[in-house]
Write a protein that binds this ligand. Structure first.
Ligand SMILES: NC(=O)c1ccc[n+]([C@@H]2O[C@H](COP(=O)([O-])OP(=O)(O)OC[C@H]3O[C@@H](n4cnc5c(N)ncnc54)[C@H](OP(=O)(O)O)[C@@H]3O)[C@@H](O)[C@H]2O)c1
Length: 353
């Protein structure tokens, strides 16, 4: 994906913005963001020690750019529905709809990647821990060999797993090798892990400088304090935050919070996740909206994510579902339907990590 010549709607008065960010971060610290806290991860309960906490915001070297043009929250990246992309705070364009690879076998991941690219998707989301990066690379190569896409038209995201945070540079190189690419469009830390996630993030920053990574971000940071803990100790603002997000857990507060950094939200479990999709598909409100547009519940949920400003990465190993999941550009939820969708939020997650 190409890097924009400028940042679109982003303002250029960086001095004022840095001043604003510094004041804002100072306020956060005064409000107690540097205190000891417990953060649970999928692997272990890890406690943030005082020595790892933030003490000096003047060291903050972020280059936040606050947008003044947004029909959602000020600063939040604006989705371009004509091009089906968003410009990240890194300056790179990212597709707003992609296909997810969680829990897919090698064969499934290879085929799904290939089908996704064949039917229009330009964003693929995988992770080291899914064990299918090589298969994704094969699916990508197949699509390239058949002339469906070129490498620079495809946006590949992978994630660094927590057990790699102490040897992050090797992890970046391993993902490059497995995917069979010479740069990764976006690498994100898979989970918050205060003991060493800053170290891992700093290695990703180095990889941005030498071109192995284009953009970097985070996944599974659910509290502003936890997000700021990492932002304050690092230099490149996270381009993206990938958290569990769907109609029953809309992540509105976190999305509004990260807007100050120009960070975009990406939804995992956008359809509720395997085993839970029927709960959302059979929701009365969603079914009613789907009937009104002659679309499936899955399509209405995907369209809602996009209109709500969430990059959406449904997972599928089924060719027909993949076609269906990309067929969401010819209808629009009305303002009233968006309000109806927003009332479904229960702040309830399906996953426990
Ligand atoms: N950062 C993290 O910690 C994290 C965690 C989980 C997931 N993720 C990412 O987010 C992606 C999406 O999450 P997910 O795949 O777990 O859950 P999901 O997208 O919410 O749901 C996937 C389920 O939806 C079904 N599905 C997809 N399209 C459908 C359609 N049109 N009609 C009916 N069923 C449909 C799939 O079945 P079929 O295969 O039969 O289509 C599968 O059972 C993952 O693949 C992964 O890339 C990240």
């Amino acid at each position: 994906m190409r890097k924009g010549m400028d940042h679109g709607s982003w303002s250029t008065d960086k001095t004022m913005k840095k001043y604003f960010i510094t004041i804002m971060l100072a306020c956060l610290l005064l409000a107690g963001c540097g205190h000891t806290e417990a953060v649970s991860t999928q692997e272990a309960e890890i406690v943030l020690s005082e020595s790892e906490s933030v003490t000096d915001v003047t060291d903050y070297k972020g280059d936040a750019e606050i947008s003044t043009e947004s029909d959602t929250v000020e600063g939040y990246p604006v989705f371009d529905f004509d091009h089906k992309t968003v410009t990240l705070n890194s300056g790179y364009e990212m597709p707003i709809l992609g296909l997810g690879m969680f829990s897919l076998s090698d064969d499934q991941a290879e085929n799904s990647t290939y089908w996704a690219l064949k039917y229009g998707f330009r964003l693929i989301d995988t992770a080291r821990i899914y064990g299918n990066e090589e298969a994704v690379g094969r699916g990508l190569q197949r699509a390239i060999d058949e002339g469906i896409v070129s490498r620079d038209e495809v946006f590949i995201t992978t994630k660094m797993w927590t057990s790699d945070f102490d040897r992050p540079d090797e992890a970046i190189d391993a993902s490059l090798r497995k995917l069979g690419v010479d740069y990764i469009d976006l690498m994100i830390l898979h989970h918050s892990q205060p003991r060493n996630d800053v170290k891992a993030y700093k290695a990703m920053e180095e990889a941005v400088k030498d071109g192995r990574l284009h953009s970097i971000g985070l996944s599974n940071y659910y509290e502003p304090d936890d997000f700021d803990r990492l932002v304050i100790e690092t230099t490149i603002l996270p381009a993206l935050l990938q958290n569990e997000t769907h109609p029953y857990h809309q992540s509105t507060e976190m999305k509004e919070y990260i807007a100050r950094y120009g960070t975009v939200l990406e939804s995992w479990f956008p359809l509720g996740g395997r085993g839970n999709t029927q709960i959302l598909f059979n929701d009365e409100t969603i079914m009613k909206i789907a009937n009104a547009h002659d679309k499936s519940s899955a399509q209405v949920i995907i369209r809602w994510h996009l209109q709500a400003g969430n990059i959406c990465i449904p997972g599928s190993s089924n060719e027909q579902h993949i076609i269906e999941d990309y067929d969401v550009w010819d209808f629009e939820l009305s303002e009233d339907e968006m309000v109806q969708m927003s009332t479904l939020d229960r702040n309830e997650r399906f996953a426990d990590y």
